[in-house]
Design a protein around this ligand. Structure first.
Ligand code: C2E
Ligand code: MG
Ligand code: MG
Length: 511
């Protein structure tokens, strides 16, 4: 902001006022020649006043414009360019590089231990650290380099005229050293380290967003390798199975800008064919890639901690929606909601309170919510046990998801408050055709019944599987045979049909 409240502006205002005075004097001179002194004085006063008013209005408008411009292009905390301005600068640098057959480098710098500092010393201290880190970055970037704050504790550096990768690597080393210097916070001194991702470009097809994304992927690779280091983007690594490159910054944006969606897949009472409830399954409506399935971004969300805001959003959205459906289609028992919870969400100290708060604010009864947790979490994360007990105590149902894919220690069923399990679809798919799968499904249903656990079969795709499961006494099921996961409007249509009250399963519904 300093930049825009310059002394130059004050000089301009004095010049304007001087100008106004001159105009007023001229008006006085002319008016006193043409009319009496009093009329001239009045003319002067009115002219002076209106000029002063127009000048101050103009000044205010200009200041507002500058203020707005500042906030769209600069980060108010550090005074550094923000992401928008950075992208613009990279775009210009790329044009120059292509014209002159040169290269540029983009470095994404993420502080490693910022969250700990922010948590333990408070947000004010966190802000001081960000400001100091920004100054250290500016000092370490060579003259002409642009340093920007992308968001949170993530910064970016643009280097032009980079003859080879090594020059960018040396810059990353300098940055690492500079950031290592101690930062004074009153009586305490802290130091930060950073993980740096580097991408190099300058060819015709390169784009600022592409270079930022590659540097971001490399930065996460540096974090995975143990932090406090740099990594140059490797086009062979870091991609998802479908060759897409999904990165933290995009996922963060997706959560903030509402690109996530909840799809709903019905859970069917196999004996009657009625819809007992729906499972909420997250999707990402990506602006470039279209609808992205959770397998391609839930692991990234788990690695980066973004699973917390994502899970919070899914839970809230699904509770609100199911409560609405319960009101629109009253039934006995009311429609149930199943929501998936990842292992890392149990590391969130306030997870239980957050779930209670969401139930309260959306009006969904705890008895109508079921949390689906993967087997490996239940078995290995003992700290989750206390949270699970609290949740169970409030009436929330707990299912062990994907049963059979983890390392079962069956005695855990005695100690953990689970009341249902879901047989993984890999076993259901072999039902009737694969002897081992069939035996496993048989044994699982018998095991669940003996322990009084409700059992749901996942991935029912045909009539034969359905008949077999019914014969075995499996109570609930879900799968493409009944319906695929559906977007909210199609799920609403499905719920409003008479299917819910019909005694036979409906034909498959495609989304
Ligand atoms: P899940 O909880 O086991 O969900 C069931 C998955 O099986 C869903 O995949 C569903 O589309 C798929 N499925 C259902 N019926 C059939 C069928 O008949 N045939 C086949 N081939 N597949 C079927 P989806 O939606 O891709 O979700 C995959 C996994 O992602 C979920 O497995 C769950 O573990 C995770 N996930 C989804 N949404 C969330 C979420 O909001 N939070 C968390 N933490 N994880 C989520
Ligand atoms: Mg599930
Ligand atoms: Mg499952």
């Amino acid at each position: 902001m300093r930049k825009f409240r310059s002394g130059g502006q004050r000089v301009q205002v004095w010049i304007s006022l001087g100008g106004a005075l001159l105009v007023a004097l001229a008006a006085f001179y002319i008016a006193s020649g043409l009319a009496g002194r009093q009329t001239a004085l009045a003319v002067v006063l009115i002219t002076g006043l209106s000029l002063a008013m127009s000048w101050s209005l103009l000044r205010m408008r200009r200041q507002r414009k500058e203020h707005l411009l500042y906030h769209t292009l600069y980060d108010p905390l550090t005074g550094l360019p923000n992401r928008t301005l950075f992208v613009e600068r990279v775009e210009q640098a790329l044009l120059r590089a292509v014209r002159e057959s040169g290269s540029i480098a983009v470095l994404v710098v993420d502080l490693d231990n910022f969250e700990e500092i922010d948590h333990s010393l408070g947000h004010d201290a966190g802000d001081e650290v960000l400001k100091a880190a920004a100054e250290q970055l500016v000092a370490s970037a060579r003259p002409g380099g642009t340093v920007a704050r992308l968001f949170g504790d993530e910064f970016a550096v643009l280097l032009e005229d980079v003859p080879e990768k090594d020059a960018a690597v040396s810059a990353a080393d300098r940055i690492g050293e500079a950031l290592g210097s101690p930062i004074g916070l009153g009586e305490v001194e802290v130091s930060v380290s950073a993980s740096v991702g580097i991408s190099v470009g300058g060819s015709e097809g390169d784009s600022p967003e592409g270079l930022l994304r590659e540097a971001d992927v490399a930065m996460h690779e540096a974090k995975r390798k143990g932090k406090a280091r740099h990594k140059v983007f490797d086009p062979g690594g870091g991609t998802t199975t479908s060759g897409r490159l999904l990165v933290e910054s995009e996922l963060r944006r997706a959560i903030k800008e509402g690109e996530l969606l909840v799809y709903y897949q019905p859970l069917i009472v196999l004996e009657t064919g009625k819809i007992r409830g729906v499972e909420a399954l997250v999707r990402w409506q990506h602006p470039t890639y279209g609808l992205v399935p959770p397998a391609e971004f839930v692991p990234l969300a788990e690695q980066t901690g973004l699973i917390a805001p994502m899970g919070r959003w899914v839970l809230e959205e699904a509770c609100r929606q199911v409560r609405l459906w319960q009101r629109e289609h009253p039934s006995d028992p009311p429609l149930e909601l199943s929501v998936n919870v990842s292992a890392c969400q149990f590391r969130q100290p306030n997870l239980v309170e957050e779930i209670f708060r969401t139930l309260k604010s959306t009006g969904l009864d705890p008895g109508h919510l079921r949390l689906e947790i993967t087997e490996s979490v239940m078995v290995h994360d003992v700290s989750a046990a206390a949270a699970l007990r609290k949740l169970k105590g409030s009436g929330i149902g707990l299912s062990m998801d994907d049963f059979g894919t983890g390392y079962s220690n069956l005695s855990y069923f005695k100690h953990l408050p689970i009341d249902a399990l879901k047989i993984d679809r890999s076993y259901v798919s072999g039902l009737g055709s694969d002897a081992e799968d069939t035996a496993i499904v048989h044994a699982t249903v018998a095991f669940a019944r003996a322990l009084n656990l409700e059992v749901t079969a996942e991935g029912i795709e045909n009539d034969e599987q359905l008949t077999r499961l019914k014969e075995l006494g499996c109570e609930l099921g879900q799968g493409y045979h009944f319906a695929r996961p559906l977007p909210v409007d199609e799920a609403a249509k499905l719920l409003s049909t008479r299917w819910r009250d019909d005694s036979r399963p409906s034909p498959m519904i495609q989304s």
